[in-house]
Design a protein around this ligand. Structure first.
Ligand SMILES: Nc1ncnc2c1ncn2[C@@H]1O[C@H](COP(=O)(O)OP(=O)(O)OP(=O)(O)O)[C@@H](O)[C@H]1O
Ligand SMILES: [Mg+2]
Length: 425
């Protein structure tokens, strides 16, 4: 009887269709679970934050994908005109961190998935590649997402990977927009800052201009009084007034030159006389600071074509810097040396100021010519001296060289071309 029933079931297929039904159901459940997991991944991709770095974005996508697709490396490629940036997240590699590489490409060569795969094949020859294009919502290609593995991918995974690209594409476009806006805000802030600086510069130059004339009167009258005064105490006080006036005039002069509002004319300069004049102007300041000044002149120095007032300004800036570096120094000595130098087919007059003072720190060497760079405390320095001096020497087609050793010495050498044709250029 049992055998009969079994035979009948076999013949009618009832048993086998029931089996098929279970197999199909299990398969369906698996498929649903897989789809659910995929949906969960897509949902996670909407959580990519706009201020994540590209490395973080790549790693985040890779971490989300790994439970549903197996791969060795995930590559996010970003296209920016003629350059490609690749961000590579290694999976299944314990301790592997995301890294990046950058390549340029010929803009005539249209970038497609095929072309990208060729590029990646060159970089990663041992892997199989599956790439999808990332598009902005205006359908512009913004990059690619590539999985590298040792096997090829079935078709259904390709479909899912395209959905991943859609979601990731939106997040990546948002990040690009965010970066763009941040950059614009930054540029706007810089513009406001430079407009403010320009306004302050103009104001400072205006004030400097206004102060110039009364200062000239103060200096001139003090000099007249100094000549007439016999009383030693009054004479010392007047000398102080005069030196403070000279200091103020130097600051004003530097400000005017910095904002290019000073007037000057080129003339023939006798450098030896210029040194003597500068020394008589600030010699007293140097003397009261306990600094010795030694001058060694080349007797065959030819005349120089340039702005006398400006070259004086440079020499004063260098001498006062040397004096400041010599504070509290025993045997403080400044040497001023003039010479002629022939270099690379050109003749130069060189004017060197050497001091045995504090020297310049190596890390400051690259900054000393920057406007407003100063190491002097309590508003003792404006940080304009060297920057203004460099501007002046360059406008004379010359150069400034500096050598220094901390705690030993500093030497500034100004090189000015002799031939008048050079200066007129
Ligand atoms: N002879 C020197 N010895 C040691 N340091 C120097 C010397 N000359 C310049 N420096 C360094 O370079 C910095 C910039 O010099 P700069 O003349 O431009 O500005 P400042 O002297 O600080 O201020 P300012 O000249 O406007 O009064 C100085 O603060 C100092 O640190
Ligand atoms: Mg200075």
């Amino acid at each position: 009887m049992d055998k009969k029933l079994e035979m009948l079931e076999k013949l009618t297929g009832i048993q086998s269709s029931r089996k098929n039904y279970y197999v199909e159901l299990t398969h369906l459940v698996h498929e649903m679970q897989r789809k659910n997991k995929q949906l969960e991944v897509l949902n996670q991709l909407t959580r990519i934050h706009v201020n994540m770095s590209w490395e973080e974005v790549t790693e985040y996508i890779a971490v989300q994908l790994i439970p549903v697709i197996s791969f060795k490396l995930l590559v996010l490629t970003l296209v920016d005109r003629s350059s490609l940036s690749f961000y590579i997240a290694p999976m299944e590699m314990p301790g592997g961190t995301t890294w990046s590489m950058h390549r340029s490409w010929n803009m005539d060569d249209k970038l497609s998935v095929k072309r990208l795969n060729q590029l990646l094949e060159r970089e990663f020859p041992d892997y199989d590649r599956a790439s999808v294009l990332l598009r902005s919502h205006s359908d512009k290609a913004i990059g690619f997402l590539t999985m590298l593995s040792h096997h090829s991918y079935p078709k259904e995974e390709g479909q899912f990977f395209r959905s991943v690209a859609d979601y990731a594409g939106v997040a990546i476009e948002n990040i690009l927009l965010y970066k763009d806006v941040c950059e614009k805000v930054k540029i706007e802030a810089q513009l406001i800052q430079s407009a403010k600086l320009a306004a302050i510069g103009e104001m400072a130059a205006g004030v400097a201009h206004e102060l110039n004339s009364p200062l000239t009167a103060i200096l001139g009258n003090t000099q007249l009084l100094l000549r007439e005064t016999v009383n030693e105490r009054s004479s010392r006080m007047l000398q102080d007034v005069y030196q403070c006036g000279v200091r103020s005039k130097r600051i004003i002069q530097n400000l005017l030159t910095f904002s290019r509002q000073d007037e000057y004319r080129f003339e023939e300069i006798d450098v030896d006389r210029l040194i003597d004049d500068v020394c008589s102007l600030i010699g007293y300041q140097l003397k009261v600071s306990g600094v010795m000044v030694e001058i060694s002149k080349n007797p065959k120095l030819p005349p120089l074509k340039g702005s006398r007032q400006q070259i004086e300004q440079v020499l004063i800036n260098l001498l006062l810097n040397a004096r400041d570096a010599l504070q509290d120094k025993e045997n403080a000595l400044i040497q001023i040396i003039t010479d002629v130098l022939f270099m690379e087919g050109k003749s130069y007059i060189t004017l060197t100021v050497h001091d045995n003072g504090s020297g310049i720190k190596e890390e400051d060497m690259g900054k000393i010519f920057h406007p407003f760079f100063t190491t002097k405390e309590n508003l003792k320095g404006t940080g304009l001296g060297l920057s203004v001096s460099l501007g002046i020497i360059e406008s004379h087609h010359g150069q400034i060289k500096v050598e220094s050793k901390e705690q030993e010495y500093t030497q500034f050498t100004i090189m000015l071309p002799i031939s008048s044709e050079e200066i007129k250029q």
